[in-house]
Design a protein around this ligand. Structure first.
Ligand code: HAM
Length: 429
C-alpha cells in the first residue's frame, strides 16, 4: 500500500505567481528597471537574510515590525539572523561595508517577509521595488525620488492615486515635539483605543498612526509634528514641496504620516491608491533617514528612498481596469507541429529561436489533431506544420492560428524561406 501524501500548499500569507499573471509582474519589474536606469540608479542585490541587529538597530527594536513581525532564526552555527522585512536597512549596511562613491543611487527588487495577519493586499511574503540614495541631503534628491515613483506609477497606467507628505523633523526637534505629544496623550489616556491605553508611552508617535477613531479624535486635538519642527527642517520641507510643484506633482500634507520604522527623519511620504479600499491602500512609501548609517555603525551619511509593493501595484492596476498585458507582450509567435516521426522540429525550432521568434512545439510524437489542439491553446500567432509530405518536398505549411478559414489562408513555403515569410506575416498584423 502506498502512503498517500496530501498535496502541499504554499505557506499561509504567501502566493505563487504563474503565467499569465507572471507576465504582468515581469512588465512591472522591467518598467521599474527602465525608470531606475533613466534616473541614474544601479541595481543592488543583498542577501535575503542579515544579522538580526541590522534590522533591530535599523528599523528600531520598538517598531511593530521588529517586535512582532520579523522571521528570526538561528543557523547551525548559532548566528541569529532575520529574513529581511524591508529593503532599506540592508542597502545601508551594504553601503557602509563597500563605501561606494556618493551620491550612491541604488535600486532593488526583493521579497520582504513580515509575519502579519494575511488579508487582501497584505502578505507574509510580499515583493518590493525600491530605490535608495545615500550621501546627500539636498531636497532636490527628495523631489527626484518622489518624482521617480510618481512617473513610474503613471507608466504602469495608474491615475487614481495621491501623494501624502509630511516631515518627521530631526532627532532634536522631534524629541521636543514627542514630549508635547506625550503630555497631551497622558491627559487623554482614557480616551485612547484599548491597545494604546497600554502602549502609548513606549512610542507616542505610533498613536498618530492608529486607525482607531478614538485615537484619531485624541491626536486630532493635540499638537502636530509639522507645526513643531525646527526652521532648518521646515525650510527643507518647503523646498521639497516647491520642487514637486515645479514639476507638476501635487502633494497633500498629512500631519499624521509617521510611517512604521524608527529610522525616518525629515521628509516622509506615501502614495495611496483610491481604487484600493481599506487599510491596504499604500502602493508605495518612503522618506529620509539621515541617521540610519550612523545607527548601523557607519559614518554620518544622509539617505532617502522608497519602496513599492508589486502585489499592491498589480491589485491597483486591476482595480483601475488597466489592461494587464500592456507592459510586455509574452505571447508566442510560432508553434511548430511535426508529424514526420523524424523529429524535424528540433532543428526547425532551434533555427527559428535563433532568428528571434518566440517558438514552442509539441512533444511525445502525438497525432496531428492533438498537436493542433496544443498549438491553438498556446496563444501562438502562426503554426508551422511539417508532415511527411512537406518534409519530402523540403517545405513547411504556415497556418494563421487567428484565422477562422485556414484552408484559404494557409500556405506552403520552401524550408529555406520560412524565417523570412514568418517575419513578414508577424509584422503585418
Ligand atoms: P513600507 O511602507 O513598510 O516601507 O513598505 C513599502 C511598500 O511595500 C508599501 O507601501 C506597500 O506597497 C508594500 N507592502 C508593505 N508591507 C506589505 C505586505 N505585508 N504585503 C504587501 N505589500 C506590502 C518600507 O519597507 C521602506 N523600506 C520603504 C523605504 C525605502 N523607505 C526609505 N527607503
Amino acid at each position: 500500500m502506498s502512503d498517500a501524501v496530501t498535496p502541499f500548499q504554499a505557506p499561509i500569507g504567501t502566493h505563487d505567481v504563474l503565467g499569465p499573471n507572471s507576465a504582468e509582474w515581469e512588465g512591472v519589474v522591467a518598467t521599474f528597471a527602465q525608470f531606475a536606469y533613466r534616473y541614474g540608479f544601479e541595481l543592488v542585490i543583498t542577501p535575503m537574510f542579515e544579522d538580526v541587529g541590522v534590522f533591530n538597530r535599523g528599523i528600531g527594536e520598538e517598531s511593530d515590525v521588529a517586535k512582532k513581525e520579523m522571521y528570526v532564526f538561528s543557523d547551525r552555527g548559532d548566528r541569529v539572523y532575520a529574513l529581511r522585512p524591508e529593503g532599506t536597512a540592508p542597502v545601508v549596511r551594504a553601503f557602509i561595508q563597500h563605501n561606494p562613491t556618493t551620491p550612491w543611487k541604488a535600486w532593488y527588487v526583493t521579497p520582504a517577509f513580515r509575519y502579519e495577519r494575511p488579508q487582501a493586499g497584505r502578505y507574509r511574503q510580499h515583493h518590493q521595488l525600491g530605490v535608495e540614495v545615500l550621501g546627500t541631503d539636498d531636497p532636490a534628491v527628495d523631489v527626484e525620488v518622489i518624482a521617480l515613483a510618481e512617473r513610474f506609477y503613471r507608466a504602469l497606467g495608474l491615475s487614481r492615486f495621491r501623494l501624502l507628505i509630511n516631515s518627521m523633523g530631526h532627532d532634536v526637534c522631534r524629541a521636543a515635539y514627542v514630549e508635547l505629544l506625550r503630555a497631551h496623550l497622558e491627559k487623554n489616556v482614557d480616551r485612547l483605543c484599548d491597545e494604546h491605553q497600554k502602549t502609548w508611552s513606549e512610542n507616542p508617535l505610533r498613536v498618530l498612526d492608529c486607525k482607531d477613531p478614538a485615537c484619531i479624535a485624541v491626536t486630532g486635538e493635540g499638537p502636530m509634528l509639522i507645526d513643531h519642527i525646527c526652521d532648518d527642517c521646515r525650510a527643507h520641507f518647503d523646498k521639497v514641496v516647491a520642487g514637486l510643484t515645479s514639476i507638476g506633482i501635487k502633494s497633500q500634507l498629512d500631519p499624521r504620516l509617521v510611517r512604521g520604522f524608527d529610522y525616518y527623519t525629515r521628509t516622509t511620504f506615501e502614495f495611496v491608491a483610491d481604487a484600493l479600499g481599506g487599510a491596504q491602500n499604500a502602493i508605495g512609501g518612503g522618506g529620509r533617514y539621515d541617521k540610519l548609517a550612523e545607527q548601523l555603525g557607519g559614518k554620518p551619511t544622509s539617505g532617502i528612498g522608497f519602496g513599492s509593493g508589486i502585489e499592491r501595484l498589480i491589485l491597483t492596476r486591476d482595480a483601475e481596469g488597466v489592461e494587464p498585458r500592456n507592459l510586455v507582450d509574452r505571447s508566442l509567435d510560432l508553434f511548430v507541429i511535426d508529424t514526420t516521426t523524424d523529429d524535424v522540429a528540433t532543428v526547425l525550432v532551434d533555427e527559428l529561436r535563433a532568428a528571434g521568434f518566440a517558438t514552442a512545439r509539441a512533444y511525445d510524437n502525438r497525432s496531428m489533431k492533438a498537436q493542433m489542439k496544443v498549438a491553438d491553446k498556446s496563444g501562438a500567432r502562426l503554426a508551422l506544420l511539417v508532415g511527411p509530405q512537406e518534409y519530402a518536398a523540403g517545405e513547411v505549411t504556415i497556418r494563421d492560428l487567428r484565422s477562422n478559414d485556414f484552408e484559404q489562408t494557409q500556405r506552403r513555403v520552401a524550408r529555406s524561406e520560412v524565417a523570412f515569410v514568418v517575419a513578414e506575416l508577424l509584422t503585418k498584423s
